[in-house]
Design a protein around this ligand. Structure first.
Ligand code: IPT
Length: 990
């Protein structure tokens, strides 16, 4: 009642042109819904009854196959101000075969969820069955493409399959819920997603959604359930929403995703072509409009652009993406979301990682860096520093959770708008000051006049270029009363009975902060410059200063606890870390701060020798940093180290499958098994698809025998091979041609229909062997729920025919071979994504312990690679200094260019792990970061490269070298991921 009255009063005030007006929004009278410790109303999520902003970002553990490093990423997220992490789980990553599931080692979801809890993060779980995520098949397992039943419907065959997965993944998640599982297990999972972007809404999908909801509940998931809508369409909103044109579903909460705000140009420049949308309180309302398609549930972005993916053949977009959706963008867009009542925001991605092996969908290459806050190399990007400042504010001012529009303010320019919100409980204010439209780039000096809780005030403001300011006013900060500040608050802590507040602003800009006192306090400027005046009538202490370096002001007396006010420019603010009960200035990262008696133990990273300053309780007498006693005022940086050159290469001729006398006795015969693909094929054709034979990942070989005839003039193929996929065709051991699927920006083509002229040799009336290798660069996603993941892979059809004359084709007897064991994988440790079906892989040539002493020497660069695939191997030692965390990568050729004039491809195996694919002439990725744990940083390593080319002169492997991509002193202990080393350690599957 009171809330409604407040809103009505706000609406009655005359609205100046440039102010933001709230419209049809949420139902602030909606009752609180509770799911154990998690509850919500239309304004916010609550945890243990406390309104909480969920400030989250996404990581995919399956994109970092070194579990110890999951903790590194989680610590960086936490230190950078996030209170929550969102996890997708990839069904196909865990299931090589129907009925077979693996949650061990790099697939240990239980361990991941425990780690997130240990690092103090809430968790949002997104378990599919379908996730998209630029994964092959959008996360569906390989075996699912053989299913005739339509995926993402209530087809019983599909439901039986997805239930297999859900039963297992839900059992793990259930143990980690904040509500516990009723059996004594408990963790930090607060929200759970049951499907992703299901934009088809026929009754078959509705029944499917109902099934998923019931399944999660039956499996013991007791937190609120939601679906992630592909944009704010109003699909699958809670039943009680009753907003026109929305589609109701069984969900408790409504969530959607969005990636607005422009793109990067082909020249790698960020565009600022669109303003931040009002997807809530300030939007037009309704299903396609305002807060709400779902008026009774809080604003919830299950994904919001934290970067973007990059595709085969681009010019390399990740650095641009990091800027495009980086500093300033985050303030403008994430701030606009927050002002619009979207108190649950999860940025996709926080850490993108690596689509190693055969994880990638055709739309992406190996690196899934995403331009995220934490790079693929695990670097804390500058945009993460800004997130730390924003997350710091959210943590410092709990009143921000559940704010509602507070009515307009007056602005002296129409180039600027202010979103003005308030807490109905405390009347604290949030003012988001941004351009109008918010992508405006002008430089403006102006005033904002507002009726704030402590009176009517005029704030002198400045906004230069694309930017926003997140201001708070009328708020109690510890023992202080902040009337307003034109600086932004980064963090606040109580220490020894006093308060420390860190505020910051753009370098060189003037700032003004007003604090309220009972009587004139004593103001001491300890460093830098600030002036103060005291208005005894109001009790206002006004401080004026410029944001330049660090200004320190001590304020004591005046009827309040002592305040140390730290005023930094933006870069200065970024040097501060508030961890636990301490504030630390200097290091590149502070991971943890533990006080035990008089000892303070800090852990973190330095990029260089770094001055260290600490604000800790007076009881702290001694301090350690990464276990070593801190004596001086500075911390050492990392030592340089050198990397060995990669020499001593050994080679083995590959593509033995092409040789006429190759022994294919064990290969499967192509037959007429059921065909489940969406790709049409001619009647009467056998089923040639690789998946039908249990080969879902990577390369597959076909051998076809036919009797030579003058009619054998050309070979026509229809094949599917994903983004920048490849087919190579050999006749009697000689390459007669290859076909590559063009990159097709930005959405790849995925199938091809080439035709190859056959040499006269094919006319000789004897048995000939056609050998065809198809490199499958991933199955399609199923974004539109149309079974797109069932597009054909491998050969669809092949015919040998005369060029002119009657339609006639020469009979061919085909066989097929793929990865060892098919769905019974030979290397369950490295798992589903690691291997395809090259002969070398089947023999374990990629493994570190393979004995290559019999192989010939080879020189890299190799001007000419023979046609087909050759295998190269070498080994090297690393000696990264102890106590340092580095990211080392493998670089091919001239890394200043996105692609090479040489046409060739490389599968990169490091210590047996398939760490990606380099396609020299397609690009753009030339540098492949290798996570520690896969790479042995203090010992021996083995690299095996499967290099595929057409045999044309010049199309040979360029220089290959190790490069240091990041080097800090610090890090966390990382163990090598145990995995089979020699071929004999693989499971005997054939
Ligand atoms: C949406 C998906 O939910 C997510 O899985 C991922 O694919 C992401 O965005 C893009 O990286 S897809 C949607 C924006 C069409």
């Amino acid at each position: 009642m009171i809330r409604a009255a407040l809103l009505a009063a706000a609406a009655a005030i005359a609205i100046p042109a440039a102010a933001q007006e709230a419209r049809q929004t949420a139902n602030f009278n909606a009752p609180v819904k509770s799911f154990g410790r998690v509850s919500y109303d239309a304004r916010s999520l609550m945890i243990d009854g406390k309104r909480t902003i969920i400030w989250s970002s996404e990581m995919h553990a399956f994109r970092l196959p070194s579990p110890d490093l999951w903790r590194d990423v989680l610590q960086k997220m936490k230190a950078s101000g996030f209170n929550t992490v969102a996890f997708y789980f990839d069904w196909g990553f865990h299931s090589p075969k129907q009925g077979v599931y693996d949650f061990s080692g790099i697939r240990d979801v239980d361990r991941l969820l425990t780690m997130a809890e240990e690092e103090g993060l809430y968790v949002i779980t997104r378990a599919g069955p379908y996730v998209n995520a630029e994964l092959t098949r959008g996360g569906f397992p390989g075996w699912l493409v053989n299913q005739r039943g339509r995926a993402r419907t209530d087809d019983p065959e599909y439901l039986a399959a997805s239930d297999e997965w859900l039963t297992r993944i839900n059992a793990i998640i259930a143990r980690h819920q904040i509500n516990g599982d009723g059996k004594g297990n408990r963790g930090n999972v607060i929200l759970h997603q049951i499907e992703n972007e299901l934009a088809l809404t026929t009754p078959a999908q509705r029944r499917y959604m109902d099934h998923l909801y019931a399944k999660a509940r039956a499996d013991g998931i007791n937190v609120p359930l939601f679906h992630n809508d592909q944009g704010r369409n109003g699909y699958w909103v809670p039943e009680d929403s009753k907003v026109e044109k929305t589609v109701p579903g069984p969900n408790d909460m409504y969530a959607f995703d969005g990636y607005p705000g422009g793109t990067c140009t082909v020249n790698g420049k960020p565009t600022r072509g669109s303003a931040a949308p009002d997807w809530g309180y300030y939007g037009p309302g309704g299903a396609k409009g305002g807060a709400s398609a779902s008026p009774n549930t809080p604003g919830f972005l299950a994904e919001f652009g934290g970067g973007w993916f990059d595709y085969w053949g681009s010019n390399g977009g990740y650095e641009c993406n990091a800027i495009q959706r980086g500093k300033r963008f985050q303030r403008v867009f994430y701030g606009t979301n927050l002002a619009n009542g979207i108190g649950i925001q999860s940025f996709y991605m926080g850490f993108g990682g690596t689509s190693w092996g055969w994880l990638p969908a055709p739309v992406v290459f190996t690196s899934y860096d995403y331009g995220a806050a934490f790079s693929e190399t695990r670097e804390v990007r500058p945009k993460a520093e800004e997130l730390k400042q924003l997350g710091g504010l959210i943590a410092a001012v709990p009143d921000l959770a559940g704010m509602v529009p507070a009515g307009p303010v007056q602005i002296s320019t129409d180039k600027v708008q202010v979103y003005h919100n308030k807490s109905p409980e405390t009347d604290a204010r949030f003012l988001l000051v941004t351009h109008k439209p918010s992508n405006g780039q002008t430089s403006d000096r102006f005033t904002v006049t507002a009726d704030l809780p402590d009176g009517r005030y005029t704030l002198p403001m400045q906004l230069d270029g694309f930017d926003a300011k997140w201001l708070v006013a009328g708020v109690n900060l510890g023992g202080q009363r902040l009337v307003y500040s034109t600086s932004e608050l980064q963090t606040l802590l109580k220490q020894d009975g006093g308060d420390i507040a860190l505020i910051y602003g753009r370098e060189g800009e003037a700032g003004e902060t007003v604090l309220r006192y009972a009587s004139a306090p004593k103001v001491t400027v300890l460093e830098g410059g600030a002036t103060s005046t005291f208005d005894s009538a109001k009790g206002d202490l006004k401080l004026n200063y410029a944001h330049r370096g660090l200004t320190r002001v001590r304020i004591s007396g005046g009827g309040r606890p002592d305040l140390l006010l730290l005023i930094g420019d933006e870069a200065e603010g970024a040097k501060f870390w508030h961890v636990g009960d301490v504030l630390v200035r200097g290091p590149a990262l502070v991971r943890s701060a533990k006080i035990k008696g008089s000892a303070l133990a800090l852990t973190g990273d330095t990029r260089e020798a770094t001055p260290l300053e600490i604000w800790a309780p007076a009881s702290v007498r001694n301090i350690s940093w990464n276990g070593a006693r801190v004596t001086g005022a500075s911390l050492p940086g990392p030592a340089d180290f050198s990397l060995p050159a990669l020499t001593d290469w050994r080679v083995s001729r590959g593509s033995p499958e092409a040789a006429p006398d190759y022994d294919d006795r064990d290969w499967a015969k192509i037959d007429n098994r059921p065909y489940a693909s969406i790709t049409a094929r001619a009647d009467g054709q056998p089923n040639m698809l690789m998946d039908a034979y249990g080969f879902h990942e990577g390369d597959v070989w076909y051998r076809g025998r036919f009797t030579g005839t003058p009619d054998a003039q050309r070979l026509r193929l229809h094949y599917g091979a994903g983004g920048s996929g490849l087919v190579q065709v050999f006749l009697d051991g000689n390459l007669i041609g290859q076909d590559e699927i063009p990159a097709g920006l930005p959405r790849p083509l995925t199938t091809g229909a080439p035709s190859f002229a056959l040499p006269d040799a094919a006319h000789a009336p004897r048995e000939h062997v056609l050998s065809v290798m198809v490199r499958n660069n991933g199955h399609n996603w199923d974004l539109d729920a149309d079974d797109f993941h069932k597009e054909a892979r491998g050969l669809v059809s092949a015919s040998i025919e005369p060029i002119a004359g009657p339609s006639f084709s020469v009979p061919i007897a085909w066989k097929i071979q793929g990865r060892a064991g098919g769905e019974d994988i030979a290397d369950p440790v490295r798992g589903v994504p690691n291997n395809g079906g090259l002969d070398g892989e089947r023999r374990g040539w990629h493994l570190p312990g393979f004995d290559d002493r019999g192989w010939k020497r080879y020189t890299v660069p190799g001007n000419q690679a023979p046609s087909g695939t050759i295998w190269l191997r070498t080994s090297f030692d690393l000696a990264v200094p102890k106590g340092q965390d580095a990211t080392i990568g493998l670089a091919f050729g001239d890394t200043s260019k996105p692609r090479s004039p040489n046409a060739y491809r490389v599968l990169i195996f490091v210590n047996g792990w398939n760490m990606g694919q380099f396609i020299a002439h397609v690009g753009p990725q030339r540098v492949f970061p290798l996570p520690e744990g896969i790479l042995n940083h203090r010992g021996r390593n083995h690299v095996a490269l499967a290099v595929t080319a057409d045999g044309v002169r010049g199309n040979g492997l360029e220089q290959v070298k190790l490069v240091t991509l990041r080097n800090v002193r610090g890090g966390i202990p990382v163990r090598m991921v145990a995995a089979p080393s020699t071929p004999s350690e693989l499971k005997q599957v054939d």
